[in-house]
Write a protein that binds this ligand. Structure first.
Ligand code: SF4
Length: 445
């Protein structure tokens, strides 16, 4: 059986999709099925935005990415709108033709971002109408997509394939090694090839009350052998770890391996003080850039978020990280339920006071999402009424009222009033907040 795995538009076309690379390896290792991958997101971008690929070779890449970001957002919005209104979106015939060329028996779609559901919907629908079976997977499969085709996890997909005549292989110690070979480097809007890797099954902490990122599976660390094999197989020079978080012991093990292969790497961490004594070593081992989950500059809010960090600890970690040459990117989350204006401003004050140790700030305003601890127990966080507005293809938007503190709208206005101030303290071009992996290639002049 020939299986084609697809990554639909739209998301940033700067890195090869990990989900496809790992699924290809998983299915081919466990069965006699053959697997081809098509990153239609990157393909779409080569068709729609060829000028940016040319410019990237000659011009300053931060300004190319800035222009690309502005231009592409408008194109995404226009095409998504067309799909919602039943009109034909750009390059759908070309994408379909590319799929049909593969003559696959089964087409599997991987949905990582909600923004992929528009084109995903159109493509799945068109394939089913042609009698080509489709299956779906990934964290961003919406109910509306699910209504079109069955949804499977990795293991579930194998069980399904057996019912279609695929023969499984007996594998004792599976080592997950993503295979990025199917993806042409020239389809990616990046000066260098950056590969994404995963070193564990989920976040080991899983406590943050706003969080919906981590997978609800037991925490398991993938063997170092898998990372080693992935580095060798993919000739990696730059690695973006997509783990939600990595523990200290694990960081130290990974650091040794990265040093052995002279790899520069990126990861996201909580700013906990236990890291203070190892950041220098990790920097020497190629840790180039970290996205720190700082979230707030107010201790009551951090405690309510169950972040397990302190304002003072975060300060020290950022200072040490900067001292040893790591690029510090910060996640800041405003308007956590009950946050007052003063507490909001404490976060702004934190950024100001620590600006010499901050390179980039990625801001967001709290939104209530299914799966978060706050959603499960809204009263405990002063949330009064929860309602949901349906959308055509995207999941519904949840809104709520609060007993005290800033509401969402007030927080958005406050944040808007401070955007310039926050941007002024950034040392790297602001656009890197949307292409975080590109900080790996940043060289200050
Ligand atoms: S925010 Fe990060 S550290 Fe906290 S639970 Fe989520 S993934 Fe884990």
């Amino acid at each position: 059986m020939k299986i084609l795995i697809i990554y639909a538009p739209f998301c940033a076309p700067t890195m090869m999709p990990y989900s496809l690379a790992s699924m290809k390896h998983f299915v081919e290792t466990h069965s006699d099925a053959s697997v081809t991958c098509l990153d239609l997101n990157a393909y779409f971008h080569t068709l729609q935005f060829p000028e940016f690929y040319k410019r990237l070779k000659k011009e300053d890449y931060a300004s190319v990415l800035e222009d690309f970001d502005k231009t592409s957002r408008a194109v995404y919005a226009e095409n998504n709108k067309k799909i919602v209104h039943g009109e034909e979106a750009a390059f759908v015939p070309e994408l379909m033709e590319r799929i049909l060329q593969e003559k696959a028996d089964l087409v599997a779609f991987s949905f990582v971002y909600n923004s992929q559901c528009f084109y995903g919907h159109v493509l799945v629908d068109a394939l089913l109408k042609r009698g080509i079976p489709c299956v779906l997977g990934g964290p961003a499969v919406t109910d509306k997509l699910h209504a079109l085709a069955p949804v499977f996890s990795e293991k579930g997909l194998l069980d399904y394939l057996v019912t279609k005549g695929v023969v499984l292989k007996e594998i004792k110690n599976y080592v997950a090694v993503p295979d990025f070979s199917p993806f042409p480097k020239e389809n990616y809007l990046s000066k260098e090839r950056i590969i994404s890797l995963k070193s564990s099954s989920t976040c080991f902490y899983k406590q943050c009350t706003f969080c919906t990122h981590f997978a609800r599976v037991p925490y398991a660390e993938y063997s170092l052998e898998h990372i080693r094999e992935a580095l060798v197989k993919n000739k990696a020079k730059y690695v973006y770890f997509i783990d939600d978080m990595i523990s200290k012991n694990r960081l130290l093990e990974i650091g040794k391996l990265m040093e052995e292969f002279s790899v520069q790497w990126w990861c996201q961490l909580r700013p906990t003080e236990d890291l203070l004594d190892c950041l220098e070593l990790l920097s020497q081992q190629g840790l180039r850039s970290v996205c720190w989950g700082v979230e707030s500059g107010n201790q009551r809010i951090l405690d309510l978020m169950k972040k397990g960090t302190s304002v003072e600890g975060a300060k020290k970690v950022l200072a040490e990280s900067k001292r040893v040459g790591i690029i510090n990117m910060l996640y800041m989350l405003f308007a956590f339920p009950t946050e007052t204006k003063e507490e909001f401003l404490a976060s702004i004050d934190f950024l100001e006071k620590n600006k010499k140790n901050i390179d980039l700030v990625s801001t967001s305003v709290f939104g209530l999402q299914r799966g978060a601890k706050v959603y499960d127990d809204p009263q405990a966080y002063g949330i009064l009424a929860v309602s949901e507005r349906e959308r055509t293809l995207l999941p519904g938007v949840i809104s709520y009222t609060v007993e005290k503190g800033l509401d969402n709208e007030e927080a958005r206005i406050l944040l808007k009033n401070h955007v310039k101030q926050i941007k002024r303290l950034e040392k790297l071009p602001h656009v890197f907040n949307y292409f975080k992996e590109q900080t790996l290639l940043w060289k200050s002049s």
